[in-house]
Design a protein around this ligand. Structure first.
Ligand SMILES: [Zn+2]
Ligand SMILES: [Zn+2]
Ligand SMILES: [Zn+2]
Length: 268
């Protein structure tokens, strides 16, 4: 089944430009050096209608939805509960009302740790006592090893983010792994035969909970996908300069980058 992947944001937690910074990347005229907080949009037609699924809803979700003319969201997968990945949840409200009028809620797939964070931060939405009528009409759903959403099979790919285990995802011949500092051997086994892999790469200087460009390149070689895209990028990395030094099939992603992908159903 043919689908499409679009990068809604490719920046690190602070975004690029970073507030208060006058460095060459933060003041660059290249639009690919302007990076909203990290998220991807997946779209496909399931035989009934066009489906719209997000991985993460960061603080820039509203702007990303406007730029990409999103009029509905059918499901969200959360990688983990850090601010740069969840702080757009409240902006699902108007889109969730559309789904609610059709009799449903937007399912949010989250690990138990992420669920705990979402319930704490958005208590006005999830608390049994929540009576605020305009709260987002969303349901937290368990994130099993495999989840089938509108005919597409999503596999959870555990990765390490510092000391914390968080979720990457594989869907068809594509995988999205953000905020990664280590990939367990068992997870490499889930990443065979990929057309595209997205890996986070913060900067060149080591960081306790994020991969450097050099680490991501090493993993990209081991995974052996046809194409590797780097995301969650800090202001230390200029798009053009970094890209020019990368191997041919490893590229910096940028906000708005979009390409067709091959998805698979649960029977595959
Ligand atoms: Zn992050
Ligand atoms: Zn800067
Ligand atoms: Zn994080």
């Amino acid at each position: 089944m043919e689908g499409r992947l679009t990068f809604l944001g490719t920046g690190t937690s602070m975004g690029v430009p970073t507030l208060g910074c006058g460095c060459a990347v933060c003041t660059s005229a290249d639009p690919r050096d302007r990076r909203l907080r990290p998220s991807v949009l997946l779209q496909w037609h399931d035989g009934m209608r066009d489906r719209v699924v997000l991985i993460d809803t960061g603080p820039d979700f509203r702007e990303q939805a406007l730029r990409n003319k999103l009029t509905r969201v059918d499901a969200v997968f959360y990688t983990h509960g850090h601010a740069d990945h969840i702080f757009g949840l409240d902006d699902l409200r108007p889109l969730s009302f559309t789904v609610f009028r059709e009799g449903g809620h937007i399912p949010l797939y989250a690990s138990p740790e992420t669920e705990e964070t979402l319930r704490r931060i958005y208590d006005y939405t999830f608390s049994p006592k929540a009576t605020y009528p305009n709260r987002p009409r969303v349901h937290i759903e368990p994130l099993h090893e495999r989840v089938c959403v509108f005919g597409v099979d999503f596999k959870r790919v555990p990765v390490l983010h510092g000391q914390q285990e968080i979720c990457g995802f594989r869907f068809g011949r594509v995988a999205y792994l953000t905020d990664v500092s280590a990939i367990p051997d068992e997870s490499f086994a889930l990443l065979e035969g990929l057309d595209h892999v997205v890996l986070s790469a913060l900067r060149h200087k080591p960081h306790p909970s994020h991969a450097t460009v050099e680490q991501a390149v090493e993993w990209a070689r081991r995974i052996g996908a046809k194409h590797t895209w780097l995301t969650h990028i800090a202001h230390e990395l200029g798009h053009e300069e970094t890209n020019s030094k990368l191997p041919e099939n490893i590229r910096m992603a940028y906000d708005g980058l979009s390409f067709p992908i091959e998805l698979e159903g649960a029977s595959a």
